[in-house]
Design a protein. Structure first.
Ligand SMILES: *[C@@H]1O[C@H](CO)[C@@H](O)[C@H](O)[C@H]1NC(C)=O
Ligand SMILES: *[C@@H]1O[C@H](CO)[C@@H](O)[C@H](O)[C@H]1NC(C)=O
Ligand SMILES: *[C@@H]1O[C@H](CO)[C@@H](O)[C@H](O)[C@H]1NC(C)=O
Length: 712
């Protein structure tokens, strides 16, 4: 059975032939009943025909991370440790591996490197252990020769195919136990993170939750002996909507079972242990600089915030964060830095005693971002992740990229597109989308990529369900005020020279067109009254062919989507708290009756971009319902590092989280055709390494400016 649509056609045929034959002989009656029963079973399957959802992850398609390492003391070559295929990050050097025996491949190497790391494959993260063997045991040979000849054995430890979809992050390996973050358990409460720390015994695959229920933990680090685990946790406070520095404290608990949990540091994140009673962590200092701090736990007293000594380690004048301690060289830490006048994040060593920094990555690749250092057990090497390949930050144009994602709903094919506001053509065969700048159409399998306009700033796309090859978009700046020049255009995409027809006039932020199923009307939002409200106009002639105001009030109604049966318009609005920036989803009939709230993720919550399923029974949307899943500073820039894609039924039931990651997922849309993953072409153009480091770490020229920027 290829998909349920095809099977329905088959049974329709069987049923029709039986209906005619049953008229001839009475004892065919029972067969008819059997056929009808089969028909109704098939019909109930057909209630959820296989479909596709496509969405955008801000920046993510441009990250091609691999884990690399550099020697600490000697000058030596940078080695790429991971496979160059998957997106690999947040590594950890294991000192030993006591789990299932590793089959040693052809290479004979008594000292393989055991690298534990997070890997994203087909849109879902899992944790792998790679045993990296040097091709020669002759360690007296020149390093560069050795390093060029690696073989690796990959082992999946947790996550990935077969399991529940979730995010896995920040692994540590202690003997047979893997300690890591996972988001596989839902909290049942809006705007709370699903991130919690678990330990899995690799030999038995038994998993234990170490984080208490109702609490989110991030960035776990296990002490050298394995006894203690330190985490950044928002504790009982939960998430207050922070998108830069999370309001976390550091807690310590017993790795074995999560007991003896105690808050040891107020305000801090990303702990890393130097020994059983010392760890480093980062915090944004009162002077505005992200800095490394040291915490010393008492020897003979119970731990508490009062008994733990903390001191600042790195000076003001630069941002230093995501520390990695060395267990053999107590005065050395590796840190990521952002220095004044640099847009790039680099890995440096810091000597706590002499107070001096030593550049590591700047000399290798000055114009590349490097993330989240970690130090080998013998302190000979520092690992980190960065874009593989040249790492050139060229803007990549006309390079289509569709990426399949594992999904918890088998009937839905889920794709990430390297573009914004994608929407499917009525038959599902094409996708229109925008980039900033540009408006494009591409076949749903990624082929035949066409540029409709290269230099326009457009946002939102919608197809006319009744007129072939007609899409609508809004052209003008995004996130702008009511009076900003934004207008809606119809674009005929099938002609050799795409034609643009302006449908709104006066340019008062007319945007987010969505077409009625008969193709005659367009719902959109406009700021023409001084507030962003919803309007309906003629799809053919625009506002000149008829205009009615659908909603009216001193708030913002926006991002509307017309249901396939024509009865509803779903939209996002802040009407429950005008001007607050908090958006919830609402529905209204096109005649202005029936207004109701569909989902609000919580006080101050943000839920946006609703889109109906082709059968009209569900909507897909983006929401902060599941909070943030990792410390934002440990990732490249995301404006709002909390958006995940969800679906729900129109009655508010069956809320389902489709994506689990620490990025910003948004602008989903739903199409009628199941795109088989193997049928999607993924043109692989240049290396994709065009993304920004956290823009809020930018430091401008003068010290005073720096203070303003960093203190803000
Ligand atoms: C990713 O999906 C493709 C297409 O379905 C499949 O061939 C490939 O094996 C998958 N990769 C992994 C690592 O699961
Ligand atoms: C947790 O482990 C410690 C020893 O590591 C033990 O003393 C304690 O009883 C355990 N607590 C629970 C609740 O299992
Ligand atoms: C408004 O439209 C809805 C469905 O689109 C319909 O059920 C309802 O009767 C209409 N109400 C009025 C007052 O026309």
């Amino acid at each position: 059975m290829k998909n349920s649509n095809e099977s329905i056609e088959l049974h329709w045929g069987t049923l029709l032939s039986c209906l005619t034959c049953s008229l001839r002989t009475p004892n065919m009656k029972s067969q008819l009943i059997v056929s009808l029963v089969i028909f109704f079973i098939i019909e109930s399957i057909a209630a959820d025909p296989a479909t596709s959802i496509v969405f955008n992850t801000l920046g993510r398609s441009r990250y091609a991370f691999d884990i690399f390492s550099l020697p600490i003391d000697t000058t030596g070559t940078e080695i790429q440790l991971t496979d160059g295929n998957s997106v690999n990050f947040n590594g950890y050097f294991a000192s030993s591996f006591n789990g299932n025996p590793i089959a040693n491949p052809t290479a004979v190497d008594p000292l393989p490197t055991h690298l534990v790391y997070v890997t994203e494959r087909n849109g879902s993260t899992s944790i792998y252990l790679d045993s990296i063997y040097h091709a020669s045991v002759d360690r007296t040979r020149k390093r560069s020769v050795l390093e060029a000849e690696l073989t690796r054995a990959q082992h999946r430890l947790v996550g990935g195919s077969g399991g529940r979809i979730s995010m896995k992050d920040r692994p540590s390996l202690v003997g047979d136990f893997l300690v890591y973050v996972s988001t596989h358990e839902e909290t049942g409460v809006g705007r709370t993170s699903w991130a919690a720390v678990y330990s899995t015994q690799l030999s038995t695959s038994s998993t234990r939750r170490l984080t208490p229920q109702g609490v989110a933990d991030f960035s776990p680090a296990v002490s050298p002996s394995g006894l203690w685990t330190a985490v950044a946790s928002s504790g009982e406070k939960g998430w207050g909507g922070e998108v830069q520095e999370l309001d976390t404290d550091i807690y310590v608990f017993l790795t074995q079972n999560g007991s003896s949990r105690v808050k040891v540091v107020e305000h801090g994140g990303w702990p890393s242990w130097a020994d059983e009673s010392t760890f480093f962590f980062h915090r944004k200092s009162d002077d505005g600089w992200w800095s490394i701090y040291k915490a010393i736990l008492p020897q003979n007293k119970p731990f508490s915030v009062n008994s733990v000594m903390t001191q600042r380690v790195t000076p003001p004048g630069l941002h230093a964060f995501t520390p990695a301690a060395s267990v053999t060289k107590k005065n050395i830490i590796a840190v990521a830095t952002r220095r004044p006048n640099s847009d790039y994040r680099h890995i440096e060593l810091y000597d706590i005693v002499s107070g001096s920094f030593k550049d590591l990555t700047r000399s290798v690749a000055p114009r590349v971002n490097h993330y989240n250092p970690f130090i080998s057990p013998d302190s000979s090497r520092v690992g980190y992740h960065k874009c593989r390949g040249s790492g050139s930050n060229k803007k990549i144009k006309n390079d289509m990229f569709l990426e399949n994602m594992q999904t918890p709903k088998p009937g839905i094919s889920l794709f990430r597109i390297d573009g914004s506001f994608p929407s499917f053509s009525p038959d599902g065969s094409q996708i229109a989308y925008v980039d900033l700048p540009g408006l494009y159409v591409v076949n749903s399998d990624g082929s035949d990529h066409r540029e409709l306009a290269a230099d326009i700033t457009a946002f939102s796309t919608a197809w006319n369900p009744a007129r072939k090859g007609v899409i609508y978009t809004s052209i003008g700046p995004t996130f702008a005020s009511e009076s900003t020049d934004v207008d809606i255009f119809a674009v005929e995409v099938d002609s050799d020279e795409p034609t643009f027809t302006k449908l709104t006039f006066g340019g008062q932020n007319n945007a987010f067109p969505s077409v009625s199923p008969d193709g005659k009307w367009i719902a959109f939002r406009s700021g023409r009254s001084g507030h962003k409200n919803l309007y309906i106009m003629s799809a053919l002639e625009g506002e000149k062919g008829g205009l009615t105001q659908l909603t009216n009030g001193p708030w913002s109604d926006t991002m509307c989507n017309w249901s396939p049966d024509g009865d509803w318009i779903a939209f996002a609005s802040d009407r429950h708290d005008p001007g607050s920036g908090s958006f919830a989803l609402y529905m209204i009939h096109p005649n202005g009756t029936g207004l109701r709230q569909l989902i609000h993720s919580g006080s101050s919550g943000r839920t946006n971009h609703p889109w109906f399923s082709p059968d009209g029974k569900y909507i897909v949307f983006t929401s902060d319902y599941a909070g943030v899943s990792a410390e934002p500073i440990s990732n490249p820039h995301a404006y709002q590092p909390y958006g995940d894609i969800f679906t729900m039924k129109l009655d508010g039931s069956e809320l389902t989280r489709l994506t689990h990651n620490s990025y910003e997922d948004g602008t989903p849309s739903w199409g009628p055709k199941f795109m088989k993953l193997e049928n999607v072409e993924w043109p692989k153009g240049e290396e994709k390494c065009s993304f920004e480091d956290c823009t809020w770490l930018a430091i401008s020229n003068t010290h005073d400016d720096a203070k303003i920027q960093c203190g803000g």
